[in-house]
Design a protein around this ligand. Sequence first.
Ligand SMILES: Cc1cc2nc3c(=O)[nH]c(=O)nc-3n(C[C@H](O)[C@H](O)[C@H](O)COP(=O)(O)O)c2cc1C
Length: 384
Amino acid sequence: MADVERAARRRLPRFAYDFVAGGTGDDLGVRRNRAALDGVELVPRYGDLPPVDSSVTLFGRKYAHPFGISPAGLDGLAWPDATRLLAGTAAGAGLPYITGTLASASVEEVARRCPGRTWFQLYGFPAERHRVTFDLVRRAADAGAEALVVAVDAPVRSKRPRDLRHGLVVPFRPSLPMALQVATSPAWSLAALRCRMPVFANVGRYVGPSATLDEVAGFVQGEMRGGFTWAEIADLRQAWPRALVVKGLLHPADAERAVEAGADGVLVSNHGGRQSDAAPPAVDVLPAIARAVGTDATVLFDSGVRSGLDIARVMALGADAAFCGRAFLLGLAAAGSRGGAHVAALLAGELRTALGQCGAADPEGLRELDIRHEGAWELWKGTR
Ligand SMILES: Cc1cc2nc3c(=O)[nH]c(=O)nc-3n(C[C@H](O)[C@H](O)[C@H](O)COP(=O)(O)O)c2cc1C
């Protein structure tokens, strides 16, 4: 992955690379996620040579590997047409793909390209008693999405200094330095010329049939909220027929509340370090959350995962599956349409190696290992 990241950095205009790779504030969260995962030690056990099987069943459906692709808004900046390409990656590799409210292709199109493996991440549009929110939910259900992933961890917009310095703001007005970066990134520029401009494909129809990119971006800026109340989540539960996941949790008491509100799964995440520089690394709260929800909900994880070994680490700490955001986006940036499959193969191969090296027959076997995890937070039930 380090080589993939280097190649991505070379091929992307600087503002696009910074948008994808950066975090909020001083990038402390990004660095802490990495350091915390690196600090998790698994003691291998030897003597048996079990078959290594890393397939996983999530919400009644079997996937080839216990990892998937996290949602990303404005993913077309990482690589033009990213949403469609990642839908193809997920379909080809047998992975779940959480396509986002702010993705560059619609949930209907993603579900067509990636049948049976599409999950939909929801942000809220509170106006008119959530008319747009519930329409998005209906569309995701009609398209056949397997799970609704309700994101709660962006209740306010976070400050991303890298984007501000580049002038990557709405309305989008490319500055001279940005134009120069585009001109000196031929692979990205050619790909951008070949496909449609990045758009918020799920949202445009609520603004008008001939809405410009700026008008849609203005609508998102003004009307969208990246958080829900527990009462709203309970209402979404009523409206959604299949698995419901709450994404962005860092406290076991919140995970319990999500389950009480009807969630079938919780996605432990600090948004890849993009929301609060003081948030703990997601991996450090994972064991407490896994303990709190027990067998009441599926535990999913993202934030900082860059290797198959990281996937093994978080599964050993209680996750049923891991998701990756930047790993796949940077894969596209590094290798275009082949990049997603390359990253999926890298992760799958490394995970097989990690399982074999730990003496675990399957991901379940990881839970039996002795683990040193010094950064783990001790957060109990009822600390709210
Ligand atoms: C460029 C970018 C855009 C993102 N946009 C969204 C989004 O629209 N909705 C969301 O729930 N999470 C979003 N995220 C967070 C990811 O879903 C995920 O939580 C995070 O990337 C995981 O960390 P990782 O990148 O270290 O794997 C975004 C992340 C990135 C890098």
